[in-house]
Design a protein around this ligand. Sequence first.
Ligand code: ZN
Length: 165
Amino acid sequence: MGNFSQDNWRWDLQWRRNLFDHEHDLAVSFMEDITSICIQRNVKDIMMWKAEPNGVYSTKSAYSLMLKLNDSGSQDRFSKLIWNLNIPPRAAVFIWRLLKDRLPTKGNLLRRHVNIQDVGCPLCGQGQEEVGHLFFNCKRTINMWWESMGWIKAESFDFLVGCSN
Ligand SMILES: [Zn+2]
């Protein structure tokens, strides 16, 4: 996929087939993404939790991060963004309910004392049906979200995970 020229990594991807027209933009976007990644010759590649100086995940830092994201300034910004989108009001309401965790997931219904026998995710069967699972962790939906984020050139998970240096 590439090689070192002295200590600098150069990507040299060889595609197994010619790209279809609709894949060219994706390939360019992919190359832009990986070009910004710094690969170092003698440094182990690791995932880091940016909310902690040592890069190690902690519940405390996650909670603190959630509070920051959930402060009134962010909420005002999100609310303005949502309600000013040129989308059907029904979609805006859905997004607002999603961000507020007010969707009638099985987990939320259970917390409201609705009698539910099976709280598992109906798509993958693993994990409880919660907003977090459905939209960020479910193996049946995660690829769809990544793909659609690519369409709008969003990189919303970048603030959590990054390069080790
Ligand atoms: Zn699932």
